[in-house]
Design a binder for this molecule. Structure first.
Ligand code: DLZ
Length: 218
């Protein structure tokens, strides 16, 4: 049983207003049940903070290892959209890539994963413009090889680099769990006496706070 008085995100000193923010969620599809719960908790909390549905853009990638690249491309694409000079900065091939990842078309629903249980519903009237913050969501669960350690390290460093390089806050929404139960508990799906706590909610709060604060800090 976890003790909420010791660990976890305490409430912010003020309630930050997300009504003018545009938030990107990029999520992996590996460990789909856990991911769906994290994304749902995250979206619900973003809305509670005032973020409008059309300003929540959800994109997916296969696994957590793909998160840094996709997050970087999508942020760069959104900055290009909102800058009149930006097209001249891009070579033809990278411009095409950005267009591919940031189509003006509405976000498509999550594709079924190998488990076939994916059901994230995304907005059907997505807005355009620069993202105020991004939340990269994945779930890595340790197996019997060193794969877990390498991917955890690469994704953690990659996402840190993306936020420092782009100047857009990137929230680290990646569970790095040693067991299935650890991951389930952190997605609010615990099965050992307590449902645990959905960390997706904390990531939403962090995104709105960082988006509001970084606008003031710059
Ligand atoms: C290959 C793999 C494995 C074994 N485990 C996970 C996992 O627990 N969580 C996750 O998000 N992704 C996993 N992947 C997929 C990799 O992240 C990546 O998609 C592939 O190695 C292709 O680059």
């Amino acid at each position: 049983m976890s003790d909420p008085t010791i660990k976890g995100l305490p409430p912010p000193p003020v309630k930050y207003d997300g009504s003018n923010q545009r938030i990107l969620i990029v999520h992996a599809r590996w460990n789909d049940t856990i991911i769906q719960s994290l994304v749902s908790g995250c979206v619900a909390k973003l809305k509670e903070q005032g973020v409008r549905e059309e300003n929540i853009v959800i994109k997916t990638v296969p696994g957590s290892y793909e998160l840094p690249f996709a997050t970087q491309r999508l942020i760069a694409g959104s900055q290009t959209q909102s800058s009149v000079n930006a097209p001249s900065l891009l070579g033809a091939s990278s411009a095409n890539l950005v267009n591919l990842l940031t189509s003006d078309e509405p976000s498509t629903p999550t594709q079924p994963s190998s488990t076939g249980s994916s059901s994230t519903t995304t907005t059907n009237k997505a807005s355009t413009g620069a993202f105020s913050a991004a939340i990269s969501i994945g779930c890595l669960i340790k197996g019997s090889t060193m794969h877990f350690e390498y991917i955890c390290d690469a994704v953690t460093n990659g996402l840190m680099r993306v936020q420092l390089d782009t100047g857009v806050p990137v929230i680290f929404g990646v569970l790095t769990a040693l067991t299935d139960d650890q991951a389930l508990e952190r997605a609010g799906l615990g099965r050992k006496g307590t449902k645990g706590h959905n960390h997706g909610e904390d990531w939403a709060l962090a995104a709105v706070e960082l988006a509001a604060q970084s606008a003031e800090w710059s």
